[in-house]
Design a protein around this ligand. Structure first.
Ligand SMILES: [Zn+2]
Length: 86
């Protein structure tokens, strides 16, 4: 494996990408901000909040529709007019 610093691949997670974790409050997988590890509670893109003790580090389960839509908008804004939008 090379470390040529090439662009992200399908399996690469960027540092500022949300983390898809299961909230035991509503049993849905939400997109949580990765910069909340020092807080007792974490907030998802959809404003769902949960104490870190109720968040499970798995993305298996039903995904939150609001988080999916918000994250999709963020990806579109970040990447501009790319071929998948044509
Ligand atoms: Zn959500």
């Amino acid at each position: 494996m090379t470390t040529d610093g090439g662009g992200p691949t399908a399996t690469t997670v960027q540092a500022d990408e949300p983390r898809w974790y299961l909230s035991r409050y509503d049993d849905h997988v939400h997109a949580f901000d990765p910069d909340q590890s020092s807080t007792a509670y974490s907030a998802a893109l959809c404003s769902h909040t949960a104490p870190n003790t109720r968040i499970i580090c798995t993305d298996h389960g039903t995904r939150c529709l609001a988080c999916l839509l918000i994250h999709g908008d963020q990806l579109a804004d970040r990447n501009g007019d790319v071929s998948w939008r044509l």
